[in-house]
Design a protein around this ligand. Sequence first.
Ligand code: SF4
Ligand SMILES: [Zn+2]
Length: 160
Amino acid sequence: MLDWFPYAACQGSDVDLFFPVGKDADAMQQAGDAKNICRRCPVRLQCLDYALTSGEQYGIWGGVEADQRCPQDEGDLERLFRSRTEAIDGSHLLWTGYVSRRGTPQVRHGTRNKSAYRIAFYLHHGRHPRGYVTSSCGQDGCVEPSHMQDETTRTQQQSA
Ligand code: SF4
Ligand SMILES: [Zn+2]
C-alpha cells in the first residue's frame, strides 16, 4: 500500500490527466496541467521515488514525465540534470530534484540512480571523476558543475 497516497494532491482528479498520449499540443497542455497539480503536492518526492524504484514507464509521477525519468543517452542525461536545477545568486546552481536518504542528489538513468554531483563533474571536466565528488563552494545543495571536485582536483588544489 502506498502510505503517502492519501495526501496526494491528485486525489479526485481524472487519472487520465496524468497519462498524456503523444507529444502534440493537446498532450503538452495536458501534461502541463498535471504537473501544475504535482507542483503543489505535499508528497511529490515520495511519488517520484515510488515511480523510480518501481520503474514506472508511463505517466507523470512526482511532476516528472516518463521520458525524463528514463533518459536514453548522455544528451538526455544532461537535459535531465539541467531540468532539475535552478540558478541562484553567487553563480551557484541549486538542486531541485530527488535527494536520496543519505543526502545525495540523484537522477535515474536507465535502470540506475546516478549522483548529480558526478554528472555535474563530468559536464564541466569532460571526464569521469576519481573517488568522491564534493562541492568546493560550501553552498548547501549546490551542483554547479564548475564547483565540483574529485580526488584528483582536490589534491591538485591542496598542493597548489
Ligand atoms: S506528485 Fe503528482 S502524481 Fe504524484 S501524488 Fe502528487 S499530484 Fe499525484
Ligand atoms: Zn556552488
